[in-house]
Design a protein around this ligand. Structure first.
Ligand SMILES: *[C@@H]1O[C@H](CO)[C@@H](O)[C@H](O)[C@H]1NC(C)=O
Ligand SMILES: *[C@@H]1O[C@H](CO)[C@@H](O)[C@H](O)[C@H]1NC(C)=O
Ligand SMILES: *[C@@H]1O[C@H](CO)[C@@H](O)[C@H](O)[C@H]1NC(C)=O
Ligand SMILES: *[C@@H]1O[C@H](CO)[C@@H](O)[C@H](O)[C@H]1NC(C)=O
Ligand SMILES: *[C@@H]1O[C@H](CO)[C@@H](O)[C@H](O)[C@H]1NC(C)=O
Ligand SMILES: *[C@@H]1O[C@H](CO)[C@@H](O)[C@H](O)[C@H]1NC(C)=O
Length: 499
């Protein structure tokens, strides 16, 4: 009897600690329980609400920690959607604090001086999309004396729509980086332009203001015209202004396809007649091509860096699968005709994703590869965020999850069409002053620092940390160039911002 009781106690204690994630994908309550566990595990990577830490960000940016600033924005988008799908409000306070802490006063356009060194249009845009999402799902509004969700999304959009961000190289489009001094300023890429397109389509739907959709159309046309998206709806990574964007870097990442897909679904949703027919056609082909390319065997594969023999994905890329799942589910909500195909695809992928959640310190940490039917030992915020996205989005088939609201049908977020302020508030862009001479000196130090890190990189090949690494299939010169799209250590450039 005593032995039996002891064994029972032991068994009762064990599963909570060691059990792999168990989910019945056909049960709403099981999906919710699993989502709650995944959200909990994901949030253990967040330290920003601990004393002495910076609210809003995941540990980083390198070399301080693994994660760049933008991934915090992506985390909060995931947590806002977690609230939408499950109704679990546990993380609303921490999410709201984070989203408001990083807005960057006084402009509140998600360009806080601390992160200038890694501030791309896409980085800023990820935070903007999370603010937009908060407006669309009627997330609890911030206190009245704080910037509001819609206003924040408009601020991001307005700074990106300003003439300063749209020079004539390559016939238009946004550059990757915002400050002239950043490595990657000479690159125009799909994610920066895709997010701008996506935000434009969404702001148009929420506000009914066609200025936003005009920009969305213009951006899509530019992306297609320059060849970043080809006729078969492959979405490539980017190209350099020095080559007038003819040197298309052909790596395909799932978030690039998905960000255009979701935006196209919004455009389809708000248009009529011939215009709608055109967006229907584009969206149909983009959905099909994306599924064909990334979901060929069932689970999503981040093909550009997830190789059969090794993972070449950088930290950034380890989180892309989650955005693909989330934005495809959103597409299914906005364009009913895509729903059966998309949801069947996401379910097949999620079935494999959950099998990867069987390792790490608590026995249910999720891995990166979803093809093996097990845990691959690769754990992090990106992997956890992706698995959460895969599981929670399936609730779309079980619960009545409301599609994105607008000003006309219940949206309560206050906007400001003029939000945003100076699109380029960076010291280096201003006329020469004494301070700038100090800046120039710092630039020298910076260039020297880069040169040193190049040396380190040459000897170790460990220096690559750009989002857009093209992997080993790319010949050596391109990989070397890729180094220069890596990030400048924040410690150095914070001196620019500080003056
Ligand atoms: C930080 O947030 C997490 C998740 O909401 C919570 O569990 C934890 O108690 C918070 N910590 C502090 C110090 O507020
Ligand atoms: C900027 O960095 C300083 C110093 O680390 C920190 O105190 C502050 O909270 C940071 N602000 C933001 C918006 O991250
Ligand atoms: C540069 O690219 C744009 C967009 O493709 C094109 O319209 C323009 O003619 C090109 N300029 C030159 C000088 O080739
Ligand atoms: C896309 O896929 C759907 C579902 O498989 C199919 O009905 C449709 O014809 C396809 N569209 C194109 C343009 O191939
Ligand atoms: C547009 O989106 C709404 C909200 O999700 C949805 O109810 C509606 O069916 C969509 N329209 C079309 C034509 O798919
Ligand atoms: C529409 O948006 C544009 C761009 O932000 C703004 O300038 C304009 O005032 C807006 N129009 C209305 C009617 O709100």
């Amino acid at each position: 009897m005593l032995v039996l009781a002891a064994i029972t106690l032991l068994l009762a204690g064990l599963p909570a600690v060691w059990a792999a994630l168990l989910v019945d994908l056909d049960s709403a309550s099981s999906l919710k329980t699993a989502s709650r566990q995944l959200a909990y595990d994901l949030m253990t990577y967040y330290k920003g609400n601990q004393s002495g830490q910076t609210p809003g960000i995941l540990p980083g940016p390198p070399p301080v920690g693994e994660y760049y600033w933008w991934e915090g924005g992506a985390l909060w988008g995931t947590m806002i959607e977690y609230w939408m799908y499950t109704g679990d409000a546990s993380y609303v306070p921490v999410t709201t604090e984070a989203m408001l802490f990083q807005t960057g006063a006084p402009q509140h356009a998600y360009m806080p001086p601390n992160w200038t060194a890694s501030l791309g249009n896409d980085d800023q845009g990820f935070w903007g999309m999370s603010a937009m999402l908060a407006a669309e799902v009627n997330y609890p509004n911030p206190p009245a004396d704080q910037p509001q969700w819609l206003e924040l999304a408009q601020a991001v959009f307005n700074t990106q729509a300003s003439p300063e961000r749209h020079d004539t190289t390559c016939g238009g489009g946004l550059r990757w980086q915002i400050p002239l001094a950043n490595i990657g300023y000479d690159y125009k890429n799909s994610i920066a332009n895709g997010i701008f397109f996506n935000l434009g389509a969404r702001l148009a739907r929420y506000t009914g203001n066609s200025t936003y959709s005009d920009w969305a159309v213009k951006t899509w046309d530019w992306v297609a015209g320059v060849g970043l998206m080809d006729k078969d709806m492959n979405v490539y990574d980017g190209a350099h202004v020095t080559d007038n964007c003819t040197d298309i870097q052909k790596a395909q990442f799932s978030y690039n396809a998905a960000v255009f897909m979701q935006g196209a679904a919004f455009m389809y949703n708000i248009t009529t007649g011939a215009e709608r027919k055109q967006w229907h056609d584009r969206l149909d082909r983009l959905v099909n091509r994306t599924i064909e390319h990334f979901f060929e065997t069932g689970p999503i594969i981040e093909l550009a860096c997830e190789r059969p023999d090794k993972i070449l994905c950088k930290t950034d890329m380890l989180s892309f699968k989650g955005y693909a799942h989330r934005w495809m589910a959103s597409t299914a909500q906005l364009a009913a005709f895509t729903r059966p195909t998309i949801m069947a695809t996401l379910k097949r992928s999620a079935a494999m994703a959950v099998k990867s959640c069987a390792g790490g310190h608590n026995g249910r940490q999720c891995g990166f590869r979803w093809t093996t039917g097990g845990y691959d030992g690769q754990t992090g915020a990106g992997e956890e965020m992706s698995a959460l996205a895969a599981v929670m989005t399936l609730l779309l088939e079980h619960e009545s999850i409301r599609g994105p609201v607008t000003h006309k049908d219940g949206g309560t977020s206050k906007g400001d069409p003029d939000a945003g302020g100076d699109p380029n508030p960076f010291p280096v862009a201003k006329p020469m002053t004494t301070g700038d001479r100090v800046g120039a000196w710092i630039l020298t130090v910076l260039v020297l620092g880069l040169f040193m890190s190049l040396l380190v990189w040459i000897s170790t090949e460990a220096g690559e940390n750009g989002r857009t690494a093209y992997g080993s299939a790319v010949p050596a010169p391109a990989r070397k160039r890729n180094l220069f799209k890596g990030r400048i250590p924040a410690v150095v450039v914070s001196q620019f911002s500080g003056k």
